[in-house]
Design a protein around this ligand. Structure first.
Ligand code: GTP
Ligand code: MG
Length: 205
């Protein structure tokens, strides 16, 4: 898929104030600092459409982007902020949970995981939650440029083994680097295929 058009639509504080659910929607979620905004800017081939922050947790709203006038890309606030108060954290968790469960046009949630660090419980819990809520999930490993081939393969294997502890089969998995521009084609093709399926399904309803 070629990105001809990418515009920021709005930041919403909860699912109720999001744009109307009339287009296929793909959300990018992951722990704070995992590289969500960088990946989104790379996917869309825009320098700073999604806010890239060096301060963890700066992305605090549900951010909608309209792509090719056809589908929504959503940049979600990260989960698992160590530095924020418990009260704020649980508020975000509730906002995120409601959005993921109630957003009718949500086609797939991309769960970003930093391939340079060991698998985290919070990542695995997010995958389990999505399964429980019947939200199709895919995993995107980020910052793959930081590892050489062998450690990279080892790390991917560790993640896959961890996922398979709870899952019968692996979800779709993508390996990416925003810095070295790796992985966009695969992710964008996956999105395109899913938009086609979504459109056919909408027509037949
Ligand atoms: P929050 O919005 O704060 O939750 O962070 P985020 O998940 O949007 O992460 P962001 O894109 O802001 O990137 C966090 C840090 O990781 C920044 O310092 C980026 O420069 C760095 N980073 C992001 N992607 C890559 C990558 O592919 N490779 C490398 N080496 N660093 C990256
Ligand atoms: Mg961000």
């Amino acid at each position: 898929m070629i990105i001809n058009d990418a515009v920021f639509v709005q930041s919403s504080k909860d699912h109720e104030t999001c744009p109307s659910a009339d287009k296929a929607e793909f959300v990018f979620i992951g722990r704070s600092n995992v590289g969500k905004s960088s990946l989104i800017n790379y996917l869309l081939n825009r320098k700073s459409l999604a806010l890239v922050s060096s301060t963890p947790g700066k992305t605090q709203m549900i951010n909608h982007f309209l792509i090719n006038k056809q589908w929504y890309l959503v940049d979600m606030p990260g989960y698992g902020y160590a530095k924020r108060s418990k009260k704020l954290r649980s508020k975000w968790e509730k906002t995120q949970a409601e959005y993921l469960q109630k957003r009718k046009n949500l086609v797939c949630a991309f769960v970003l995981m930093d391939i340079n660090v060991s698998p985290m419980d919070s990542d695995m819990m997010m995958l389990d939650q999505l399964a429980e809520w019947n939200v199709p999930a895919a995993v995107v490993f980020t910052k793959s440029d930081k590892l050489k081939k062998v450690p990279l393969e080892r790390s991917i294997q560790a993640y896959e083994e961890m996922i398979l502890e709870n899952w019968e089969a692996l979800p779709p998995i993508f390996i990416s680097s925003a810095s070295k521009k790796i992985g966009a084609d695969m992710i964008l093709n996956f999105i395109k295929d899913n938009i086609d399926i979504y459109s056919r399904y909408q027509k037949n309803r």
